[in-house]
Design a protein around this ligand. Structure first.
Ligand code: ZN
Length: 253
């Protein structure tokens, strides 16, 4: 004897969807399936790489191009990568590892070194200051050469600058959410907005070279930057409006 499912009415209401809702669900299901498939493909690739690494412990080339070097972040050309237990490197960075310019471990351990970008985002310190510090012996840098010549990439190991650079977890930025026009917007704010920076990084010598910029000075700097940007834009506009002949003449003195 067939029994009547007492939840039938509920289920029917739940599953009788409007065409729009139905399309929405189908779309989200399709996207979820796509993601799951990607996840599986990724896992399968990882497994294959791990197996190949067992057979080739020194590493091997990955097929294809467009891998991001774990060190310099360049995109690799066809045949221009090397994969081993430390991850993917471009051949220039791999050569620097083989030559002992940098330790292999830093490809995997990003927290053990600073990039120029880290100095800029965490301390507002730009390249000219870094160059000055290196020249004065305040900061030690490591240079990845281009096969023994010139500079391919420059970085700063914490172990080379122990009392100067703090561990990177102390300078991590934090997400901040704010409501604007009825929406929640999230962005990152630098570490020094949440603590007393000189207390937080007490004992690290980089702080001897830092000062807190007062809000008025920050506003002045911003106004100056805005003014320069506006000037540049106006010059560009003026050039566009110039007749072609005049432009050509003026570009050749
Ligand atoms: Zn590289």
């Amino acid at each position: 004897m067939a029994t009547i499912d007492e939840h039938f009415a509920e289920d029917r209401d739940r599953f009788c969807l409007t065409p729009e809702k139905g399309a929405e669900y189908a779309d989200s299901k399709w996207r979820m399936e796509g993601l799951a498939k990607l996840g599986e493909e990724f896992k399968e690739k990882e497994k294959q790489r791990a197996e190949k690494l067992l057979e080739n412990p020194k590493g091997f080339h990955l097929e294809g191009r467009g891998y991001t070097c774990f060190i310099c972040h360049d995109s690799t050309p066809e045949g221009g990568n090397w994969y081993d237990k430390w991850g993917i490197k471009c051949l220039v960075c791999q050569n620097a590892i083989d030559k002992g310019e940098i330790p292999a471990s830093l490809a995997k351990n990003k927290k053990s070194w600073y990039t120029k970008y880290d100095f800029e985002s965490a301390f507002n310190v730009k390249s000219p200051t870094l160059r000055k510090w290196v020249k004065e012996g305040v900061l030690k840098s490591r240079t990845i050469s281009h096969y023994g010549k010139g500079v391919h990439y420059e970085l700063y190991l914490i172990k080379d600058n122990k009392d100067f650079l703090p561990p990177k977890k102390l300078i991590e930025s934090h997400p901040v959410s704010e409501e604007k026009d009825g929406k929640i917007w999230s962005h990152q704010e630098p570490w020094y907005k949440f603590v007393d920076p000189f207390e937080h990084l007490k004992g690290y010598k980089i702080m001897n070279y830092m000062r807190l910029v007062p809000p008025e000075e920050m506003a002045e700097r911003k106004a100056e930057e805005d003014r320069k940007r506006e000037e540049k834009r106006a010059r560009r506009e003026a050039r566009k409006k110039m007749p072609r002949k005049v432009r050509r003449k003026s570009s050749k003195p």
